[in-house]
Design a protein around this ligand. Structure first.
Ligand code: CO
Length: 490
């Protein structure tokens, strides 16, 4: 691994090989516990706390391959930092589906993203029993460690042991199988805001606010016309904002067992994106829900949003088009160069004129943005994201990118050619004064050694190289989301 200059556009050819990238899509079957003793550099003594990560741990069930990694059973990795040392533990979320399939030694459920039970359409026809895989995010909030998956209720885990304790219903405010998204936003005032999508010909968006004790203090429901695919949202002081991507949903092929639910979603390129602006509970009660339209591509993740005079400003990772999840395609053969990249866009919503302006901020392909937690919903200066190595070519995520909105300055730390980067998390230093005074922590798959590293970077200066690389004894399959808490769990 080496640090490269972002100005260096002399690099030609690919920054990776597909075979190296594919290595990160092998299952990790074992559950481990150990102090990490193979460390390059030094873990900063002030870095104390626990990083939780979630993602698909299994890409096959007893050798039967899943059609899409998003169908993989959730596995929690926990890295605890204390006294310049780090401890690793991983455990699968022991969902009903995980336990049943491990016992049976075969695929028993249809996955949302295309995994079918063996036996073709006859085995899958009218089977709407989808497995809750709890694989998308993990948060520690109000003394509860919660594994999140957007289509159902959270799983509650013991933060000390990672043992699965059951489902969490927040004193019965959630009902059985009620959704609770994988993308909560934490208002720096100490409120966790989350949402849920209940699909149908018209969609219900629920918004939950949770206090610091982990109790749901408010829930509001809104009906939205049409089918919604909404994975993430943003908050400001007064609003929750949702982007309704232009997609259609034809459930017939799903019902007949021919396609998965995700394969029935088609992007409608000629349709506008609807931006749904909902006042937050207790803020501007008299205000109505507002819907604005814009031409935008497809969005999974937003960076942040904030209010400025009569505008709301939203930064998002936007794809011009989206490759469909095809029934017979192999995700491991992804042709990155022909897919459109996710890029940082800024949307300016003028609330008095009901107008939207949008602007591409940077060409680089990136995903999994992170910011200083104190700036959620507020004006901010720095964004960090996992990114492609090359500034203009779409490719797997191999680097960590920093963008300064104020100066336009960019920095890059790259793990290319043989490293592949997951979501970075920004961890502020205690008593930090500057917005970027902290660390970026990411899990990086090292194809050369078929293992993963936990990499710690100085967020002020990415280009000086990693402060520490913690070599794990094994790989972690490419993950999705995670979070950091200053509390120490071992
Ligand atoms: Co996500």
């Amino acid at each position: 691994m080496k640090t490269i200059d972002t100005q260096d556009s002399q690099i030609s050819g690919k920054s990776y090989t597909l075979k190296d990238w594919q290595g990160g899509y092998e299952s990790l079957n074992q559950e481990c516990d150990y102090w990490i003793d193979d460390i390059e550099g030094e873990i900063p003594p002030e870095l104390t706390g626990t990083l939780f990560r979630n993602g698909p741990g299994l890409l096959d069930i007893n050798g039967q391959r899943l059609h899409h990694p998003f169908d993989g059973d959730g596995m929690i990795s926990r890295i605890t930092f204390t006294n310049s040392r780090a401890h690793f533990r991983n455990r699968f979320v022991k969902t009903e589906g995980y336990l049943a399939e491990q016992k049976a030694g075969k695929i028993l459920y249809r996955g949302v993203f295309g995994t079918q039970k063996p036996g073709g359409w006859l085995a899958n026809i009218f089977d709407f029993k989808i497995k809750h895989i709890a694989n998308t995010n993990i948060i520690y909030w109000g003394g509860k460690l919660l594994a999140l998956w957007e289509a159902a209720e959270p799983y509650l885990l013991n933060p000390h042991t990672l043992e699965t304790l059951g489902n969490e219903y927040f004193n019965d405010v959630l009902s059985k199988k009620e959704a609770f998204s994988a993308h909560p936003r934490i208002d720096p005032n100490g409120t966790l805001v989350n949402f849920a999508i209940k699909p149908g010909p018209s969609t219900t968006i629920s918004i939950f606010e949770l206090n610091i004790k982990g109790e749901i203090t408010s829930k509001q429901n809104h009906s939205v016309s049409g089918f919604c695919f909404i994975h993430d949202f943003v908050i400001t002081e007064n609003y929750c904002i949702f982007f309704q991507n232009p997609v259609s949903f034809n459930p017939l092929a799903f019902a007949l067992g021919i396609s998965s639910a995700a394969q029935c979603i088609k992007v409608q390129k000629n349709q506008p994106t609807k931006i749904i602006i909902i006042p937050r509970t207790g803020k501007t009660q008299t205000e109505q829900v507002k819907v604005l339209e814009t031409q935008a591509g497809f969005i999974f993740h937003h960076v942040n949003a904030f209010e400025m005079e009569n505008e709301i400003i939203i930064d998002s990772i936007c794809y011009e088009s989206l490759t469909d999840v095809e029934p017979n395609s192999d995700y491991r053969e992804t042709d990155f160069e022909s897919n459109s990249p996710g890029q940082i866009w800024r949307f300016n919503l003028n609330l008095s004129e009901n107008k939207v302006q949008n602007q591409l901020i940077d060409n680089r392909a990136c995903e999994f943005p992170t910011i200083h937690p104190n700036n959620v919903g507020k004006a901010y200066r720095y964004v960090y994201a996992a990114a492609a190595h090359h500034a203009t070519v779409n490719a797997p995520l191999q680097a960590i990118f920093k963008l300064d909105f104020k100066s336009g300055k960019k920095q890059l730390w790259s793990a290319a050619p043989r490293g592949f980067v997951g979501e970075p998390i920004f961890v502020p230093k205690v008593n930090s004064q500057q917005e970027d005074d902290g660390w970026l922590i990411a899990v990086v798959y090292d194809a050369e050694n078929h293992r993963s590293d936990v990499v710690i970077l100085d967020a002020v200066n990415l280009e000086k190289g990693a402060i520490a690389k913690l070599h794990l004894k094994h790989h972690i399959p490419y993950g999705l989301h995670g979070s950091f808490t200053p509390e120490i769990f071992i």
